[in-house]
Design a protein around this ligand. Structure first.
Ligand code: SF4
Length: 99
C-alpha cells in the first residue's frame, strides 16, 4: 500500500533555505535521475519512479521541498507534477486563509 504524504505537507513545508541534508538519505541518491522525469503520459515510467519513492525515508521532506519550491517537473516525494500542483494550491489557500 502506498504511503500518503499528503497530510504532512500542510505542517512541514520547508523553505529552500531550510536545508537539504535530507537529500543525503534519499533512496534515489544513487539512481539514474532520468527515472524521475518520465515522458508525459508514460504511466509505467511514473509508477517506476513512485516505487522508488515508496521506500524512501525522506519522502515527506522531499515532497515538502518540491511543493514549497514549486517543482513543476518530474516525480518528487512520490507525486507527479499534477498531484503537486493540487497540493500547492491547497497549501497556498490554507496560507491565505490563515492570514
Ligand atoms: S521521495 Fe523519491 S524523489 Fe524524493 S528523495 Fe525520495 S526517492 Fe528521491
Amino acid at each position: 500500500m502506498r504511503r500518503s504524504a499528503t497530510p504532512i505537507i500542510f505542517t512541514a513545508i520547508q523553505s529552500p533555505a531550510g536545508g537539504s541534508s535530507w537529500r543525503d538519505l534519499a533512496a534515489c541518491r544513487t539512481a539514474d535521475p532520468g527515472i524521475f522525469f518520465p515522458d508525459p503520459g508514460d504511466v509505467v515510467g511514473v509508477e517506476r519512479a513512485k516505487q522508488v519513492c515508496d521506500g524512501c525515508p525522506v519522502a515527506s521532506e522531499c515532497l515538502s521541498y518540491a511543493v514549497g519550491t514549486n517543482q513543476t517537473e518530474g516525480v518528487w516525494g512520490g507525486t507527479t507534477q499534477g498531484e503537486r500542483r493540487r497540493l500547492r494550491q491547497r497549501w497556498l489557500k490554507d496560507l491565505r486563509e490563515a492570514g
